[in-house]
Ligand binder design. Structure first.
Ligand SMILES: O=P(O)(O)OP(=O)(O)OP(=O)(O)OC[C@H]1O[C@@H](n2cnc3c(O)ncnc32)[C@H](O)[C@@H]1O
Ligand SMILES: [Mg+2]
Length: 170
C-alpha cells in the first residue's frame, strides 16, 4: 500500500510511521507539501478540521491508495484559547474519515501573541527558548513537561483514522 502524508513535517510523517508500526500495517509512506486551504494558523475547530480534510484530498491527487492530512490549530472556549489537532484520511475508493486529538488550554502568555496574529510554532520556540519545536515535541510536549509529544499526539489520530477505514472496509 502507498500512503501519502500531506506534509513534510517530521512530526507528521513520523506519526504515520509510528501508527503503522503499532498496527502492524506494511505501507510505503510519501510525505509531500499539500495546500491546507485554510490560514497558516487555524483559529477554530472548524478551520483546523477543514485544513486536515483539504490536505488529505489534495495529497490523494498525487496517486496513492490513501492520503493522510494532519492539521494543528487553536480554538476559543469560554474566553480561553485551546490547542487542537485534527486528521483526515482520503482513500482512493472515495471515502474520507476524520478524527480529532487531545486538547489543552494555552498559557495566557502564549495566547496573547496568537491573538496578535503570530503563529504558534515561533511563539512556542520563544516561550521555551528552543528551535523547531513544531517538528518534534510540539506545543503539547512543552505544555506537558514532555509527557506527550506532537508525534505521539498525531500518531493516536492516525490510529483513529486507519481504524475507521478498516472498520468500514470489512
Ligand atoms: O509543515 P506543516 O505540515 O504545515 O506543519 P506545521 O508545523 O506548520 O503544522 P500545522 O500547519 O498543522 O499547524 C498550524 C500552525 O500551528 C502551529 N502549531 C500547531 N501545533 C503546534 C504544536 O504542537 N507545536 C508548535 N506549533 C504548532 C504551527 O507552527 C503552525 O503555525
Ligand atoms: Mg503549517
Amino acid at each position: 500500500m502507498k500512503l501519502c502524508v500531506a506534509s513534510t513535517n517530521p512530526a507528521k510523517t513520523g506519526a504515520v510511521a509510528s501508527a503503522l508500526e503499532k498496527l502492524g500495517i506494511q505501507a510505503e509512506i510519501k510525505g509531500q507539501a499539500a495546500d491546507s486551504g485554510v490560514s497558516a494558523q487555524p483559529f477554530s475547530i472548524e478551520e483546523t478540521r477543514s485544513g486536515a480534510i483539504n490536505r488529505a484530498r489534495h495529497a490523494l491527487l498525487s496517486g496513492c491508495d490513501a492520503a493522510i492530512g494532519l492539521e494543528g490549530g487553536v480554538f476559543e472556549l469560554e474566553g480561553k484559547l485551546y490547542l487542537c489537532n485534527w486528521g483526515a484520511i482520503a482513500t482512493a475508493e472515495g471515502a474520507v474519515y476524520i478524527a480529532g486529538g487531545a486538547q489543552v488550554p494555552l498559557p495566557a502568555e502564549i495566547e496573547k501573541h496568537l491573538r496578535a496574529g503570530e503563529e504558534l510554532g515561533p511563539v512556542m520556540d520563544r516561550f521555551a527558548r528552543e528551535t523547531g519545536i513544531r517538528h518534534h515535541k510540539g506545543a503539547i510536549g512543552i505544555l506537558t513537561a514532555g509527557k506527550l509529544n506532537r508525534v505521539e499526539l498525531f500518531s493516536q489520530i492516525v490510529i483513529l483514522l486507519l481504524g475507521q477505514w478498516q472498520a468500514n472496509s470489512d
